[in-house]
Ligand binder design. Structure first.
Ligand SMILES: CC(C)(COP(=O)(O)OP(=O)(O)OC[C@H]1O[C@@H](n2cnc3c(N)ncnc32)[C@H](O)[C@@H]1OP(=O)(O)O)[C@@H](O)C(=O)NCCC(=O)NCCS
Length: 194
């Protein structure tokens, strides 16, 4: 399980009250990443509405945080049936191709498994090679139909061990965020000339 990543970043679940960080992260995506994330060009107003609608839905969001800023996200949201969900990923350009997407997909798959989700759908544009490569890395747990460019995860059933892995990752994520906040507070208190 990856928790500490590139540039001192870490992956943890988004907490209640932090939805603004998700909003700011999605708005920072460069035009191509934004198109790939939403399956087409979307305006800022679309993202604002999308995030507003996300609050209160059955959604698990994992974030990749660097210095308290969210630079990547993996979103898992249930669809019509409780065992059917959709996952989507977004990494800001400077942090792409550093393994962040892989770590977020691993955590999202674990969350899906522990929630009894049988099918996790991921859609991506036909030209999005990187997302397809990323999905292929998890081919033991995914089945593909690249004709329609949709990957479906056959999430296995939760086990005490898989639940424990999520609990441990959450505790570690909490401790890392606490330390990170304290370090930033400490840095702010340092006099300008040391
Ligand atoms: C697609 C995306 C989620 C992948 O995340 P990432 O952090 O960039 O990917 P990773 O570094 O974990 O790499 C995953 C795999 O993609 C492949 N890959 C990485 N960089 C690549 C590149 N520049 N070109 C092609 N393939 C690449 C590799 O096979 C890699 O696995 P490996 O390093 O073990 O060989 C991310 O690039 C992104 O957010 N893009 C914009 C939004 C998007 O496309 N979302 C997907 C639709 S929901």
């Amino acid at each position: 399980m990856h928790n500490a990543l590139v540039d001192g970043g870490a992956i943890r679940k988004l907490w209640i009250g932090e939805i603004g960080k998700y909003h700011d992260h999605l708005l920072r995506l460069d035009p191509e990443s934004r198109r790939n994330r939403f399956g087409g060009a979307v305006a800022d107003a679309f993202i604002e509405n999308f995030v507003k609608l996300t609050v209160g839905l059955d959604v698990v969001i994992h974030g990749f945080f660097v210095d308290g800023e969210m630079r990547g996200a993996g979103e898992l949201r249930t669809l019509g049936a409780p065992d059917d969900a959709e996952a989507a990923f977004s990494i800001e350009k400077d942090w792409q191709s550093h393994g962040v997407g892989s770590a977020l997909l691993e955590r999202t798959l674990l969350a899906a498994r522990n929630r009894g989700i049988k099918q996790m759908h991921m859609s991506c544009l036909a030209h999005n090679r990187r997302m397809q490569q990323l999905a292929r890395k998890f081919d033991a747990e995914l089945s593909f139909d690249f004709g329609s460019v949709v990957g479906e995860v056959e999430a296995p059933f939760p086990t005490p061990m898989s639940v424990m892995r999520e609990v441990m990752a959450d505790s570690q994520g909490f401790a890392t965020a606490e330390l990170d906040a304290q370090t930033r507070m400490f840095r702010r208190r340092q006099p300008a000339n040391g």
